[in-house]
Design a protein around this ligand. Structure first.
Ligand SMILES: [Zn+2]
Length: 246
């Protein structure tokens, strides 16, 4: 009894990682739409809230959301605020979409991204272009900022860890949901730029697909996805702990 009690007292001293979870879009930036009229901004927020609870439960993480309700928030402000928190990890949650009716009916699956100067393919380039569309709201001064940040990133440990984090999360998410594996990809996402921590963007599925879109707005599926993303983060954190113990 006594040792149990001592254990319980000692537990709060263990500090889990500080994770920023970023629900994509919000307010009048709806993001992509589903065939039944659901919006990416709402499903991304629901999944992000569930992910926060899972990260707290599975990793004892401290989790902060860039937005916890239907707020407008520029990509620039998300990054600035996130960096000011000095997080260990940053995860942006989005849902994917296709431009034409034919593509919307046939395209589904999961893509997990980390930042790169060059997109890993045409589709990755298009996804980044769509997710970057809100960026013009508040452009930081200095035209070479992007080039500078990207050049710097290529040397940074955070970049290598972003890739490891992306693979760990992607593997768990695909295996838990049975979603189509569209791979870990790289693209120049503004919301991942300038972050001084490992950072990924998860396209949890295609909200534009009739079946997957319906699943993505189902609370049970959202919970399954959140649990899986958190397990991926936990696997990554264990990798880092093993590496740093050497
Ligand atoms: Zn999005």
């Amino acid at each position: 009894m006594r040792s149990l009690l001592l254990c319980a007292i000692a537990l709060p001293a263990f500090a889990g990682p500080l994770v920023i979870v970023d629900p994509g879009h919000g307010g009048n930036q709806t993001g992509a739409g589903s065939p039944t009229g659901a919006w990416e901004k709402d499903a991304a927020l629901e999944i992000s809230k569930l992910l926060k609870a899972e990260l707290e439960a599975q990793l004892r993480a401290t989790v902060k959301l860039t937005r916890s309700k239907d707020d407008n928030l520029s990509l620039h402000d998300r990054v600035d605020w996130a960096n000011a928190q000095k997080p260990d990890l940053f995860i942006s949650v989005h849902l994917n979409s296709m431009p034409t009716k034919k593509q919307r009916q046939s395209t589904e699956g999961i893509e997990t991204y980390f930042l790169s100067a060059a997109a890993s393919g045409d589709q990755a380039k298009k996804v980044a272009a769509r997710e970057n569309a809100e960026f013009h709201e508040k452009r930081p001064k200095g035209g070479d900022t992007l080039a500078f940040i990207l050049a710097d990133l290529q040397r940074s440990e955070a970049h290598a860890d972003s890739s490891r984090l992306a693979y760990a999360v992607h593997e768990e998410l695909v295996s838990a949901t049975g979603g189509l594996d569209r791979g870990v990809q790289q693209a120049p996402f503004y919301v991942l730029m300038g972050l001084q921590a490992p950072a990924i963007l998860v396209e949890v599925g295609f909200i534009s697909h009739p079946d997957e879109g319906a699943r993505l707005t189902d609370p049970e599926y959202q919970q399954k996805a959140a649990e899986a993303i958190a397990r991926g983060v936990a696997a990554f954190v264990r990798q880092v702990a093993v590496r740093e113990a050497k």
